[in-house]
Every structure is written in structure tokens, then in C-alpha cells.
Ligand binder design. Structure first.
Ligand code: MTE
Ligand code: MO
Length: 204
């Protein structure tokens, strides 16, 4: 794609009020994360729920694929200033997952745990938005390894660092705990429309 086309599209998104402040449109799909891309064996892969739940549960890949799914089309916004429009994802709505996990009423926060100890923290309320997914397909195909194969979260209303790749467990808590990028100084709330990129005083 020529840059003139890119700018044309960007102009349209600005006119439609879809480009958050300080962002620019990309038609590529940049790869961003800390550390190596994990090698995942679906035979032994599991997803676990724990914390403030009636009982801990574990899903194998085969079991997970049988859960109800939904397709979400959304725009994604990375704190490094690219936005990608009309991306199409498929996965298990987090709302459904909360029911299956048997979450206790005291739960207020979700800590998403990924390979190599990566974590991302979010209020449960945010995770109950109907466009939040445990996503395993992008553009109709299973995720690419570098984009989170086999499973990532998708939280369209937050900067994309909150959408953890290579998810292995979901923890429910009554207290917030800063995740990996939040401990590194990123803003805990991460709303692209409010440009909540970095925490003002390093933490929190
Ligand atoms: N496990 C894990 N997930 C992660 C990250 C990471 O370092 N590790 N980085 C986040 C960041 S900063 C961004 S911008 C998005 C990038 O997703 P993409 O590579 O699919 O574009 O993944 C997020 N999820
Ligand atoms: Mo990022």
C-alpha cells in the first residue's frame, strides 16, 4: 500500500471520529512483546481459572474449542501510536467464561496470566464488556505464533498492551495488582481516548 492511500484511510477514520489522539493508522499488523515467542504444544496446553472462584477449573485445548464463541470486529490501538481498523477476531466472550469459571461475587479484578510469567490486570467490570474475548482466531484463521497462539485476550477499549498474548490462566481477585507493563510505568487504566499512556509518577 502506498503512503498516500494510508493517509487517505487515516483521514477517513479521523472524520469518523475513530482515530484516538496521538495515534496514526497502520494497515500492517506490527508484533510487539517482551521476550521470546513461546512454542506451544496443544496436546499439553491448558487454560486454568483460579482465585475468587467456587472451584479452580482447567480446560484442555479440545475442551476450550467447544465453548460458545462470538466474532468481534473492532479497532485496536497500541501505545506506540499505531491504530489498526476493522480487525476481526473470534473467541469465547469473557462474559461467558466468567459464568463457566464460577466467579465469586467478591471478585473485582482480573489478572490475566500468560507464558513466562507475563501478567495484565483489568477491572472485572471492563472485562464484562460484550466485546472482550478470549480470542483464538484473527481474520478467520487461528492466531499466528507471534500474535499469541493459541489464545490471547482481546480488550478493544484499552490500549493493546492490556490484551495479553499466550494466555494460560485467569485469576479473579478483590484487589488490583499491577501487571507487567503497568509495573514498567504504563498507565493502569489505559484508555486510548484519554491518552492514558504512562503513569504520571512511575507507578499506579
Ligand atoms: N504475553 C504477552 N502479551 C503481550 C505483550 C507481552 O509482552 N507479552 N505485549 C503487549 C503489547 S505491549 C502489545 S502492543 C500487544 C501487541 O500485540 P501484537 O503483537 O499482536 O500486535 O501485545 C500485548 N500482549
Ligand atoms: Mo504495546
Amino acid at each position: 500500500m502506498f503512503d498516500s492511500e494510508r493517509r487517505e484511510l487515516e483521514k477517513r477514520m479521523i472524520e469518523e471520529g475513530r482515530l484516538p489522539p496521538g495515534q496514526s493508522l497502520t494497515t500492517k499488523f506490527p508484533v510487539l512483546h517482551y521476550g521470546p515467542v513461546p512454542e506451544v504444544d496443544l496436546e499439553t496446553w491448558t487454560l486454568r481459572s483460579f482465585g475468587l472462584v467456587e472451584e479452580e477449573k482447567v480446560w484442555t485445548w479440545e475442551e476450550f474449542l467447544k465453548l460458545p464463541t462470538r466474532t468481534v470486529t473492532c479497532d485496536i490501538h497500541c501505545v506506540t501510536r499505531w491504530s489498526k481498523f476493522d480487525t476481526v477476531w473470534e473467541g469465547v466472550p469473557f462474559r461467558e467464561f466468567v459464568k463457566l469459571a464460577g466467579v465469586r461475587p467478591e471478585a473485582r479484578y482480573v489478572i490475566v496470566h500468560a507464558e513466562y510469567g507475563f501478567t495484565a490486570n483489568l477491572p472485572l467490570e471492563v472485562m464484562l464488556d460484550d466485546d472482550v474475548l478470549l480470542a483464538y482466531k484473527f481474520d478467520g484463521k487461528f492466531l499466528e505464533p507471534e500474535h499469541g497462539f493459541p489464545l490471547r485476550t482481546l480488550i478493544p477499549r484499552k490500549y493493546f498492551w492490556k490484551s495479553a498474548k499466550w494466555v494460560r490462566a485467569i485469576e479473579f481477585t478483590d484487589r488490583d495488582r499491577l501487571g507487567f507493563w503497568e509495573q514498567a510505568g504504563y498507565h493502569n487504566e489505559a484508555d486510548p481516548w484519554k491518552e492514558q499512556r504512562f503513569a504520571r509518577f512511575g507507578r499506579g
